[in-house]
Design a protein around this ligand. Structure first.
Ligand code: BGC
Length: 753
């Protein structure tokens, strides 16, 4: 198997600090730590986040994922000069994140202002084995002179979320002249974080160690003299834990000190190999390997799966995945439909138990969703557009201020972007179809399907005997408050139909409810394609004028159109932020044939700016489904660039989690064309010409499969009998089987559009 890629930074450039801090962030689903440098730079935003630890700094502010006290920082002085790469001379620099193990390593040769040279290496990893454990190791070697080195490091609790301080420092202590411990409690006492740290220094002659606690910083200062060629090494072990709702046990402090000692006794390398083994297990069940003309395709796939592992809280069903994972403060750590639609499917086919858990998160928060429905005058469950730990609505009431007028506009999504309700139902069904998990469907699944369906029953408006959904926002957030958004109507219909179907199958629903479901299904308005195949995005969409979007598309992702037009003006034109009808065709692929797919792609894509990172990859998958492999490939590669591209600020405040899920979706569902259509698994590949081979594992209905596509051929390995629909043919596979299959990418595709 091809070696798992790395991400390298070959130059030190403060413009890129935050982008790399995001791209190279460490994560294990419990903790996320931004890849900031040990030294302090005003341009870099440090960040450490614990899944589920949200807090509201004041009544005026939305709740957000708390940016915790920093443990990464180290203040290093050499012969009295502060080591900072902006002064002196940087003779060599390289930083690399190895996706295989999550190890971040930096090598620097630095010349101080007085002309003395040093090699500095730093390594770190967040354990994939021991979720609370973060390990760092730095080594400093003077080349040509005797040097006095001092390193001060510990816990810096001056860290805030862009100035909003969530935590009170409630305890700081040094145990046995060795371990530092700080306890930090949210101001409303809803959560606590405990950080325990030990630093071990190696050098002879011995290091002098002292401790201090001042201004929310608990530090160990280690000092020593080094001869030229001698190396000072400092290993720092941090245990970062959280407790919610006053659940911190009395012995928490002692337990973590004991664990810390045990870790230190094992040492950096042994702890690293434990973590490496755990990473290996993830790669075994998820890695997509591709042979492509473009080397960076493999890197994009590895990057995406690395971050999927880093962001997914597999340890805790009360947490889900924020739109930025655990890599930054963006979107305040909130959870959107991104999780069910862009991330959950990846888990569903690599580690289905994680997909189940993500759905349990929603199920456990049903009470909040029911309450939101009730407050808005609806029945059933209206899940919050943005949520955190509790499942309450967390969408900020106000959008960013208009600094010319001083006015703020209300964020409409929480009020009208209701498709999320049906997206969750869609994911429940997808989970069941891929796993056949009857126990889940009989309980959590049906609760979710019924309560979401109940919402749609009450959400509909009767117009001349038909049922319509008025005043909604579809996935395209540039078109607000419309009637009969096609995506929403179809997904709502699917949601109700699935509640009807599974209610009957599990014999759970009463007659009166079934009657209401049937009535909805008989009367809901489903916008039909025009004779040319195009489906109206909503009732008024076709009546609006168009605009040449070329320059806005050229800066997709920046929302630059909002600098030229107000939101209200954009709303009155045929301008899409992101896939909408195309999103519908992606989600319910059995609805329409290739001709409709093509017609809508041709109509809507020129009207779509792709200002949301959720857009391009979906266009790519729909393009692949109508055998436009080269167009699909262009979209896919552009999607990969959202975070990995050369715009230095594209992901300063965190990774685009959905876009990284979409890298996998594009490869597996798009090019390989492996798609679940109801409870059948269909395979209709459309490989781009650049790809000569792609192989990946895939879980399906309790079987572990491996697909390998080469032009004109697919090899399938299954650990038991499985039925597949291969380009329309029904085939049985048990063990290894090879099939010839004509598809684009075998040198026949002419479509380069
Ligand atoms: C998109 C939403 C998405 C959110 C979080 C917005 O810009 O329009 O569809 O859920 O970002 O990623």
């Amino acid at each position: 198997m091809k070696e798992i890629s790395s991400l390298a930074e070959a130059h030190f450039d403060p413009h890129w600090h935050n982008k790399y801090a995001t791209l190279m962030a460490a994560g294990n689903g419990y903790l996320g730590i931004r890849a900031t440098h040990e030294e302090a730079y005003t341009t870099q935003t440090r960040g450490m986040f614990l899944a589920g630890l949200y807090h509201r700094a004041s009544e005026e502010e939305p709740r957000e994922l708390v940016n915790l006290p920093d443990v990464v920082g180290m203040h290093i002085e050499i012969n009295g000069e502060i080591l900072i790469l902006l002064s002196g001379k940087l003779l060599a620099y390289r930083r690399e994140l190895r996706f295989a193990t999550g190890e971040l390593r930096r090598e620097v040769i630095w010349e101080s202002t007085s002309g003395q040279r040093y090699t500095l290496t730093s390594e770190r990893f967040l354990s994939q084995h021991h979720q609370a454990l973060f390990c760092q190791r730095i080594a400093i070697t003077p080349h040509n002179c005797e040097s006095r080195i001092t390193v001060s490091t510990g816990i810096d609790a001056t860290q805030t979320n862009a100035g909003r301080q969530h935590l009170d420092e409630t305890e700081v202590r040094v145990f046995a002249q060795q371990a530092m411990q700080g306890v930090y409690r949210t101001r409303t006492r809803s959560g606590e974080a405990q950080v325990a740290i030990t630093c071990a220094c190696q050098v002879s002659p011995a290091t002098q160690v002292s401790f201090s606690a001042k201004n929310r910083q608990l530090l160990q200062r280690s000092a020593c003299m080094l001869q030229a060629g001698q190396t000072f090494t400092l290993e720092k072990y941090s245990l970062i834990e959280r407790w919610l709702d006053d659940e911190r046990p009395n012995a928490a402090s002692q337990t973590s000190l004991a664990q810390l000692n045990a870790c230190m006794a094992r040492g950096y390398d042994a702890l690293f190999s434990e973590s490496e083994t755990a990473w290996q297990a993830w790669w075994d069940k998820s890695r997509v390997t591709v042979q492509s003309e473009n080397e960076d395709d493999q890197r994009a796939l590895d990057f995406s799966l690395y971050h999927l592992a880093a962001m997914t809280p597999v340890h805790d069903e009360r947490s889900s995945i924020g739109a930025k994972g655990l890599t930054g403060e963006g979107y305040k750590g909130h959870i959107f439909w991104d999780t069910e639609v862009f991330l959950l499917p990846v888990h569903l086919h690599t580690q289905p138990e994680a997909a189940r858990q993500l759905l349990r998160y929603r199920w456990l928060n049903l009470a909040g969703a029911k309450e939101k429905a009730r407050q808005n005058g609806f029945e059933g469950a209206l899940f919050p557009w943005e949520s955190g730990r509790t499942g309450e609505e967390e969408t900020p009431v106000w959008a960013a201020i208009n600094i010319r007028t001083g006015l703020r506009q209300k964020v409409a999504s929480a009020l009208a972007e209701h498709h999320l309700v049906a997206d969750i139902a869609w994911a429940v069904v997808a989970y069941y179809q891929a796993t056949g998990d009857n126990a889940f469907m009989a309980r959590e699944g049906l609760d979710l399907l019924n309560e979401t369906a109940r919402f749609w029953l009450s959400r509909a408006t009767e117009v001349e005997g038909a049922l319509e959904l008025h005043d909604v926002i579809g996935p395209d957030e540039y078109t607000e408050h419309v009637n009969n958004n096609a995506y929403t109507n179809y997904l709502a219909c699917y949601n109700v139909a699935m509640a009807r179907h599974f209610g009957r199958r599990f014999a759970q629903n009463d007659e009166a409810f079934i009657k209401r479901l049937d009535d909805f299904l008989a009367r809901i308005r489903l916008p039909q394609p025009r004779p040319d195949g195009v489906i109206a995005q909503d009732d008024t969409f076709f009546s609006k004028p168009t605009l040449d979007l070329a320059r806005y598309k050229a800066s997709a992702g920046s929302q630059s159109i909002l600098l030229d037009y107000s939101r209200a003006e954009v709303n009155e034109m045929q301008i899409l932020k992101q896939a909408d009808v195309i999103m519908l065709l992606y989600m319910l692929p059995w609805l329409y044939d290739e001709q409709v797919l093509r017609a809508n792609l041709d109509y809507y894509e020129p009207r779509t700016i792709h200002d949301s990172s959720l857009s391009k990859a979906i266009h790519g998958i729909v393009a692949a489904r109508c055998q436009r492999a080269e167009l699909a490939y262009r979209f896919w590669r552009e999607g990969c660039q959202i975070d990995l591209g050369d715009e230095p600020h594209s992901c300063d405040d965190g990774i685009h989690a959905a876009a990284s899920g979409a890298v996998w979706l594009g490869a597996v569902q798009g090019f390989a064309g492996v798609v679940a259509l109801r409870d059948e698994l269909h395979v209709n590949p459309a490989l781009p010409e650049a790809w000569t081979r792609v192989t990946f594992p895939y879980c399906w209905q309790g079987r572990k499969l491996r697909f390998t596509f080469t032009p004109g051929q697919v090899a399938i390995l299954s650990d038991g009998p499985v039925t597949l629909h291969l380009s329309g043919r029904v085939v049985e596979v048990n063990g290894q089987a090879d099939f010839f299959i004509p598809f684009a990418g075998s040198g026949t595709s002419q479509e380069g559009k």
